[in-house]
Design a binder for this molecule. Structure first.
Ligand code: MTE
Length: 320
């Protein structure tokens, strides 16, 4: 299997999904020579260890993608929130390097016809991979444009057939203090958890991402699988998912548990309502340069036409 830079691969050259799924075995057998991969990708340097730099194959494109300028790989992989690896923006990049995200299982529980524990490869197998270039915004008023590769969460949910009792989907990140040194601190209650309403989870914009820039997801961005909800603040984008539960009651999210006066379950990107500690009216595009002025924040991060209806009747001044 050839491993080349994302830009070097034409869509006409794509290979089968089986190849993507067999990739792991290939890597585990040590078939990739780190040196040759490094030689193929000098621009990315050591931002992600060379043995983890793997091209995803058979990736389709999506009509949902924005045409805005994409952030550099370096921006996307060195400026992250992932408290399991530390609370500074560059901690995940520095501390997640040795994290081994394989083998990986995902447990599906709760009100659904199908439940169980699945190997990541089996969990992802039924779906086509798609590249979606999404504008992402963090509660701390920074944003990026990221070429994710993922699968629509709606398709995954359909596969598990939730019953009418399933009103929310709850997600959990791996809890393993040995592999995730940030969990030795009590900065958050572990495991990290998030939740979506069924309507949010099945909105066509919501994906489970397994890659970015045409390659497997780097550890600092949530390898091997994470949620991407582009109209929400970053914190809905839970990383390193090991559990997905169909539940009746609204689940508590990590940030609600940590700071209930600052974050709510329905927090939306509302430029008109300040966060208790800062304005949300403007945002800084990461990588734009120090002298580039901040830009106005868009309601629902600019995805209002697709999602505003999900919040009809909700007081968006309270659920800021
Ligand atoms: N997921 C886990 N497991 N742990 C975290 O600390 N931080 C969240 C979210 N997902 C977080 C997480 C926050 S606050 C943000 S802004 C986004 O990840 C950042 O995602 P990115 O690193 O892909 O930009």
């Amino acid at each position: 299997m050839p491993i080349r830079r994302a830009a070097d691969i034409r869509s006409s050259e794509i290979t089968s999904k089986e190849n993507y799924l067999n990739r792991r075995e290939f890597i585990q057998n040590g078939a990739i020579a780190g040196g040759s991969l490094l030689a193929a990708a000098p621009a990315f340097g050591a931002l992600v260890p060379t043995e983890r730099r793997e091209k995803l194959v058979d990736v389709g494109t999506s009509d949902f993608s924005t045409s805005e300028a994409i952030n550099a790989y370096e921006d996307i992989t060195t400026y992250n929130n992932y408290y399991e690896f530390g609370t500074q923006k560059d901690d995940p990049y520095r501390n997640a390097e040795d994290f081994e995200p394989h083998p990986w299982t995902i447990e599906v529980t709760g009100h659904a016809e199908k439940t169980g524990t699945f190997h990541l490869e089996d969990f992802v197998k039924p779906y086509a991979l798609e590249e979606r270039i999404y504008r992402m915004r963090c509660v701390e008023a920074w944003s990026m444009v990221i070429p994710w590769v993922g699968i629509p969460l709606a398709d995954v949910i359909k596969h598990f057939q939730p019953t009418s009792n399933a009103k929310f989907v709850r997600f959990e990140t791996l809890e393993d203090r040995r592999r995730m040194p940030g969990q030795r601190s009590r900065v958050l209650r572990w495991p990290y958890r998030e939740g979506l309403t069924i309507a949010e989870a099945t909105n066509p914009l919501t994906i489970l991402a397994v890659g970015l820039y045409g390659e497997v997801l780097p550890n600092q961005n949530g390898a091997p699988i994470r949620l991407v909800v582009p109209w929400k603040y970053g914190f809905k984008g839970i990383k390193g998912i090991v559990k997905m539960s169909f539940v009746e009651k609204q689940p508590k999210t990590s940030w609600e548990l940590a700071a209930p006066s600052e974050y709510g379950f329905f927090a939306n990107v509302n430029p008109e309502v300040d966060h208790p500690r800062w304005s949300q009216a403007r945002e800084r595009r990461i990588g734009a340069g120090l002298f580039t002025p901040k830009q106005p924040t868009l309601m629902f991060n600019g995805y209002g036409e697709h999602v505003a209806h999900l919040y009809a009747g909700l007081d968006l001044r309270r659920n800021f």
